[in-house]
Design a protein around this ligand. Structure first.
Ligand code: 5GP
Length: 175
């Protein structure tokens, strides 16, 4: 698709952020390019409209940027998957491991119902730990995760292999 190279080049890479040796993929420059940003949303909407998806689950924080416009365009609700102690209501949570230590992801009880079909959105997949926690959280309450979608995949980290049977769709690959 001719839109992809322009999306790719609108993403800025910042070396040594947040720590030495990390090449951080910065999507904020993609948001400044109105054509590339709307093409990003359109590519996801074209893929997911008509797929009977009732939930778009967005992962804090950058899944909150891409998820809502996709949700509105495909007629699905948006459900935030948040860092611990941010959601005010009753939550269910799922722990996952980071490079050093653990983190937790939370979702409001009652936001989704058993039998619903969900799409999970984030900006980037690295090790796949974050997406796999989101999949477990939704599956625990009986939701079918149709697919995970990210703008960028760091394919060298093989995060895709941690997602089990759930497919992963990405726009841009970055070794
Ligand atoms: P994973 O759990 O797959 O190892 O890491 C993915 C999570 O870390 C995502 O929520 C993503 O936003 C964040 N992340 C890790 N590295 C980067 C990066 O280089 N750029 C951006 N934008 N996010 C990153």
């Amino acid at each position: 698709d001719p839109r992809i190279p322009k999306i790719s080049s609108a993403i800025r890479v910042i070396p040594n952020f947040p720590k030495p040796g990390i090449m951080f993929q910065d999507i904020t420059t993609l948001l400044l390019d109105t054509k590339a940003f709307s093409d990003t949303i359109d590519l996801f909407v074209e893929r997911y409209k008509g797929q009977n998806i009732s939930v778009v689950a967005g992962i804090e924080a950058r899944g909150f940027i891409f998820g809502p416009p996709i949700a509105l365009a495909i007629g699905a609700k948006f459900v935030p998957m948040r860092k611990p102690n941010k959601l005010p209501g009753e939550v269910i949570s799922e722990e996952y491991s980071l490079e050093y230590g653990k983190d937790k992801m939370e979702m409001h009880v009652g936001a989704v119902q058993a039998g619903e079909r969900a799409l999970i959105i984030d900006d980037l997949v690295a090790t796949g730990g974050t997406l796999s926690a989101a999949i477990r959280l939704l599956e625990r309450v009986g939701v079918h995760v149709v697919e995970c979608a990210c703008v960028i995949e760091l394919s060298g980290l093989k995060g895709r292999e941690r997602l089990g049977d759930t497919p992963l769709f990405v726009l841009v690959n970055s070794a």
